[in-house]
Design a protein around this ligand. Structure first.
Ligand code: DX5
Ligand code: ZN
Length: 229
């Protein structure tokens, strides 16, 4: 956990964003190679999109996949749980190697307790908000989180178009974080490319998830550098 905290404070102070490529958009028949290549290309976090076919329509990965990715990754795993009742699986994902675990506010009736559970199990705690959920929903748990993830598309699929109204939400989330005085990543997820990355960074995001833009490129390093420019 220490390397991540150091990375975070350094990056925030130098204004360069952390880049978290989403393995969802990689070639699944080559996951070990893809993981190694993306680490070598300068990714800061490996974003793992876990979907359960219930909270979102699609089913993707479980903890076993996290174990496999962990074995090939030299960077922290940023595990985004798009699942119902995430509290039932948090321990397993952290035991498998998740460094950051992000749950959806919409999936957690006992959000405060669930965030404490993540920290108690030894990971950084994140909360994600769907595009329709107000940022103010996190006011009362702001001291329990290490990462605030704003969905800039509706969760469920990669390759969707960035929702422009998200920019105002990024600004509100940045205000909330600044007001709290806490060190919290502000991550955006969905439709991030060379153009939208500049907009979300100007609005206050410091961590960018990118699936299609990075893994769809024929040069991962160039794509990551374009997001950091
Ligand atoms: C959507 C996922 C995203 C997605 C991003 O449900 O949470 O992480 O894979 O993919 P792109 O960058 O292609 O929008
Ligand atoms: Zn995601």
């Amino acid at each position: 956990m220490t390397p991540l905290s150091t990375q975070v404070s350094t990056r925030i102070s130098t204004q360069a964003p952390l880049i978290a490529p989403s393995i969802l958009a990689a070639d699944w028949s080559q996951l070990a190679v893809e993981t190694k290549n993306i680490c070598d290309a300068g990714a800061d976090l490996l974003h793992v999109d876990v979907m359960d076919g219930h909270f979102v329509p699609v089913i993707t990965f479980g903890p076993q996949m996290v174990t496999t990715l962990k074995a090939h990754s030299s960077i922290p795993l940023d595990v985004h749980l798009m699942i119902s009742q995430p509290e039932r699986h948090i321990e397993a994902f952290i035991a498998a190697g998740a460094d950051i675990v992000t749950v959806h506010q919409e999936a957690c009736p006992h959000l405060h307790r669930t965030l404490q559970q993540i920290r108690e199990c030894g990971a950084k705690a994140g909360v994600a908000l769907n595009p329709g959920t107000p940022v103010s929903a996190l006011e009362s748990v702001i001291d329990e989180i290490d990462l605030l993830l704003l969905m800039t598309v509706n969760p469920g699929w990669g390759g969707q178009k960035f929702i422009p109204q998200s920019l105002e939400r990024v600004r509100s989330a940045r205000e909330l974080i600044t007001k709290s005085g806490n060190t919290i990543h502000l991550e955006v997820d969905g439709g991030v490319n060379a153009e939208t990355s500049k907009q979300v960074r100007a609005a206050g995001a410091d961590t960018l998830v990118a699936g299609t833009f990075v893994f769809g490129s024929d040069n991962y390093k160039r794509a990551i550098d374009a997001l950091k420019e």
